[in-house]
Write a protein that binds this ligand. Structure first.
Ligand SMILES: O=C(O)CC[C@@H](O)C(=O)O
Ligand SMILES: [Zn+2]
Length: 555
């Protein structure tokens, strides 16, 4: 069926508040539910016909309650210790003694965890790919308590692993050995919100989604959004400089974070919690801690600039026949949607297969090699719809887009977003996942996936590509039945050399953590790494903060 014959002119579009089918595409999953018509004609259907399986909850971490621990405890144990899998040598930190535990009990009575069952989930990452063996979790509530803990640890030479929601994907949030886990889970107080400036000040352990809900009640939103929003902490987001789904619109945390409060390795608190849009007094120290993955200090509070909640949001989920068309659609999209564009995401058909197979989600748009998700956020529904309609008409008549659907109400928007947001979760059901988070010139983005697929052949189960195309950020994920050194050797350093050849970044938004730190040289010159090591030595001379992470070990 040629799309040109199926393209509805803009004038024939009905303004529905829900989903609007753009083309005729009676396919597998929705075939029976659709109003059928001759191929090539516009079809419309009511929202109630949207497959309910798409409505499942978005990607969430399992709450860290006793029940969750009980049911999942065996799988925590199955994860091989990081030190064994990767052959890491423990650095000469002190061992936690009974008198250390007694000290922490005095500082925060009842918030010191030593029970081995309870410790399990804190020691394993969300992906169940790395595992430490910490014997102690501390749950401070205040900055003063964090200071007391670090001052003590610094004097005793005890290593510390700061931990937020433990949703990181590079092994940065769990210990490698027996580092003390300093959890921000109880530091979840909103300090202030100024409705005039849109500036929010809160403690580091506030959950991103909770912050967003709080702000929405006041007509604002958080400037970042990511699949792990139900569990991740804002302090962890800042410490890893998380990017997420709307960076294209609201920019990176390097711009929206206005101030930070940080406790340094020796326990001293650095109050840079300014709530000012402009402040050119000296070096911008907070930038040093943003993206430093807890290796330079522990972020205890954040001041962040929040945008107004958009009055009109539209989401288009479209099918494209090639990656070249995905790119051209993006160029057209930027030109035609301009200031209302808030996300441009892409995923390949393999991703779609996996969310359908493992999560039982059904997409209303199927049968294309690539899918794009375009979100607009603006203040005038009529204006935004007109722009979007013009854009859709243009991309469909020119054959850039062959299938698609548009949602305008909240529930349907969430349904469509879940197809993209839950890819990470679907991948974990497919086997062991090798994850790569790459920035590249956007024209080269998918070539890496194609090359990797050809290189690995049958030795990988699936090689998929998706990500934040608008930011030039590819998530290349490779699955296999189980972890294997030989598959890893086939992937690395090939993937990093490939990226370096095109002056890309080997970590676009997830950080280096434990898994990528040895590869920093593919994205940064020796002089830069050396300067980073000097900063580390200056701020944390004993190296107690999140050791074995971010910077390469010398051996
Ligand atoms: O799992 C991944 O590789 C990416 C996770 C996250 O950054 C996303 O964009 O969904
Ligand atoms: Zn991402």
């Amino acid at each position: 069926m040629g799309i040109s014959s199926a393209v509805p002119r803009c004038s024939v579009w009905n303004r529905w508040t829900g989903l609007r089918w753009l083309t005729s595409f009676p396919r597998r999953t929705l075939a029976q539910q659709r109003v059928t018509s001759a191929p090539g004609t516009l079809q419309r259907r009511k929202l109630s016909g949207v497959p309910t399986s798409v409505v499942s909850r978005p990607w969430r971490m399992r709450p860290r309650g006793r029940r969750a621990l009980h049911t999942a405890s065996s799988s925590f144990q199955e994860v091989m210790l990081t030190s064994e899998r990767y052959g890491v040598q423990r650095l000469p930190f002190a061992l936690v003694s009974d008198s250390d535990v007694a000290f922490f009990e005095r500082v925060m009575p009842g918030r010191v965890i030593t029970n081995p069952e309870e410790l399990k989930s804190f020691n394993v990452d969300w992906l169940k790919s790395v595992r430490g063996c910490s014997k102690l979790v501390l749950k401070p509530q205040t900055t003063a308590e964090v200071s007391q803990v670090l001052r003590y640890c610094y004097e005793r030479n005890l290593a510390v692993n700061p931990q937020g929601g433990n949703t990181g994907l590079v092994g940065g949030s769990v210990p490698v050995f027996d580092e003390i886990i300093l959890s921000t889970v109880l530091m979840n107080r909103i300090v202030s919100f100024d409705k005039v400036s849109g500036i929010l000040v809160c403690q580091a352990g506030c959950i991103l989604e909770k912050l967003n809900e709080y702000l929405e009640e006041q007509g604002f939103i958080m400037p970042l959004d990511l699949g792990a929003k139900g569990s991740c902490h804002i302090g962890g987001n800042v410490a890893t400089n998380a990017g997420g789904l709307r960076l294209l619109r609201y920019g990176s945390l390097r711009g929206t974070v206005l101030g930070l409060e940080v406790v340094l390795a020796d326990g001293s608190a650095l109050d840079c919690l300014a709530s000012l849009r402009k402040d050119n007094t000296g070096y911008d120290l907070k930038q040093l801690f943003i993206g430093s993955e807890g290796t330079l200090g522990v972020i205890t509070a954040v001041s962040i600039l929040c945008p107004q909640k958009p009055k009109a949001v539209n989401l288009a989920f479209l099918g494209c026949q090639s990656f070249a068309k995905v790119l051209e659609t993006f160029t057209t999209c930027r030109a035609m949607l301009g200031e209302i564009l808030s996300a441009y995401e892409f995923m390949d058909e393999k991703c779609m297969e996996l969310v359908e197979r493992h999560l039982k989600l059904s997409s209303p748009v199927t049968g294309s090699p690539f899918y794009v998700l375009i979100e607009t956020s603006g203040s005038n529904l009529t204006h935004d719809e007109e722009k979007l309609n013009n854009f859709l008409e243009q991309t469909m008549t020119s054959g850039l887009v062959t299938d698609g659907t548009v949602a305008t109400d909240d529930k349907k928007i969430k349904m469509l977003w879940s197809l993209r947001e839950r890819i990470t979760e679907a991948l974990t059901h497919d086997g062991y996942v090798y994850k790569y988070d790459i920035s590249l010139p956007v024209g080269k983005l998918y070539d890496l996936v194609t090359d990797m697929r050809a290189r690995l052949g049958q030795s990988a189960k699936n090689v998929v590509g998706y990500g934040h195309l608008g930011d030039g950020n590819l998530h290349l994920n490779i699955t296999a039945e189980s972890y294997s050194h030989s598959l890893l050797d086939a992937i690395e350093p090939f993937v990093y050399e490939w990226t370096a050849r095109y002056n890309g970044s080997i970590s676009a938004e997830h950080g280096l953590g434990f898994k990528k730190k040895q590869f920093i040289k593919y994205s940064k010159p020796d002089e830069a790494v050396f300067l980073m090591q000097r900063f580390k030595a200056l701020l944390d001379p004993k190296g107690i903060l999140n050791p074995y992470k971010t910077l390469p070990s010398s051996s």
